[in-house]
Design a protein around this ligand. Structure first.
Ligand code: FES
Ligand code: FE2
Length: 384
């Protein structure tokens, strides 16, 4: 079984969540596993990049890193969004940085080669004098781009099937949660640098078992969600959680904002898209939160929390929800996952029993972790 060698999940992680153990500890820190995941998961699947409203005008661009690769997306002349590896085809200098507008052409800062917005080479100084230099042979290397509900996703493999085809129910669920998604505007962000493997962070995000027990902010979280109505669906790469919200008296933030999203659920909702993205709404708050768990080394994760609203400012009630999420709940979870990461190295730990309800029908059940890791391991196995 090659996947046990590559993923190091071990034999305790079996197909049946109800009888499974967790993956073995090295799965969460071994550099070989990390490299395999970057290659098999993050360099071949769709990941979040930005919202289309962040590059509204022709020539607007935004750069970013995906799986260690510098990439940019840009608004083309026809209004569409394209994406490219951010590297000059001459001697590999980076083309763009940060965010901005490229006006007429993209000019490489090193020897001033210029590229059209569509990635073709417009000019290279002295190229007329160079033997057999054919401008039309030079093109920037594209990445796959798909826009769903206004959110821009990138796939480093340009030949990959569009996200909207590969995972059609993702867009359906996102838009059912927030029909206004295309009109959203970026408002603010909070970034956590976490000393834990990205899967430890994702698992903690996906399981509700700890919510009842692990600290004062989590007690508050269990009041944010009306537990009796809490439901979920697992459908391939998408896991959806939804429930009614707690009453205004129970919420740990002020619920005085007038809700302006028209989704079918006005409570708590998460649409998780494998491998590392979650789209989330909180009861009584008019904002959509994009929650990312970005691998930054075998034992480091960057976790941006990106807030989007219907304008560029949040009403006071929504702002107080953001404040609670950023400063109360977020730090409590960071402490948890960093403790877990240290514990995974303990000589006194190898694996633990996965706490799954046999029918996988209970909100506390850890079968979400099992599903998540099954997808991770399958992706590694499927990569030649
Ligand atoms: S590396 Fe870009 S022009 Fe030389
Ligand atoms: Fe948590």
């Amino acid at each position: 079984m090659t996947h046990h060698r590559v993923s190091k999940a071990g034999t305790g992680f079996t197909n049946d969540p109800a009888n499974s153990f967790t993956p073995d500890a090295p799965y969460y820190f071994d550099p070989d596993v990390y490299r395999a995941e970057i290659r098999s998961i993050f360099q071949r699947n769709w990941t979040y990049f930005c919202h289309a409203s962040q590059i509204p005008d022709e020539g607007d661009y935004l750069t970013g890193d995906i799986a260690g690769q510098s990439v940019y997306v840009l608004r083309d002349r026809d209004g569409g969004i394209r994406g490219f590896f951010n590297v000059c085809q001459h001697r590999a200098h980076q083309l763009l940085s940060g965010t901005g507008n490229v006006k007429a052409v993209i000019r490489c800062p090193y020897h001033s080669w210029t590229y059209e917005l569509d990635g073709s080479l417009r000019g290279a100084p002295k190229c007329e004098a160079v033997l057999n230099f054919r401008r039309e042979d030079v093109r920037l290397k594209p990445v796959g781009v798909d826009v769903i509900g206004g959110f821009v996703f990138v796939n480093l493999d340009p030949a990959s099937e569009p996200l909207s085809k590969a995972v059609p129910h993702f867009g359906e669920k996102l838009l059912a949660m927030c029909p206004e998604a295309e009109r959203l505007r970026y408002v603010t962000r909070q970034d956590f640098a976490i000393k834990a493997n990205w899967k430890v962070v994702a698992e903690n995000f996906l399981e509700n078992y700890h919510s009842f027990y692990s600290g004062p902010a989590h007690k508050q979280l269990s009041d944010v969600i009306d537990q009796d109505s809490y439901r979920w669906t697992i459908e391939g790469k998408v896991i959806e959680f939804l429930g009614k919200g707690g009453t205004a008296e129970m919420l740990p933030y002020e619920m005085k904002g007038e809700r302006r999203f028209t989704g079918r659920n006005d409570g708590f909702q998460i649409v998780f898209l494998w491998p590392n993205m979650a789209f989330l709404i909180l009861p009584g708050a008019s904002m959509l939160l994009v929650f990312l768990m970005i691998p930054d080394g075998p034992e480091a994760t960057v976790e941006p929390l990106l807030y989007f609203g219907l304008g560029t400012e949040l009403d006071a009630g929504t702002a107080s929800a953001v404040e609670w999420f950023n400063n109360i709940l977020g730090p409590e979870d960071v402490e948890i996952v960093e403790s877990v990461q240290r514990g995974l190295h303990s000589l006194g730990y190898q694996r633990g029993r996965l706490m799954a309800d046999p029918a996988c029908a209970e909100a506390w059940s850890e079968h979400f972790l099992h599903h998540f890791n099954s997808l991770n391991i399958a992706a590694i196995e499927a990569t030649p």
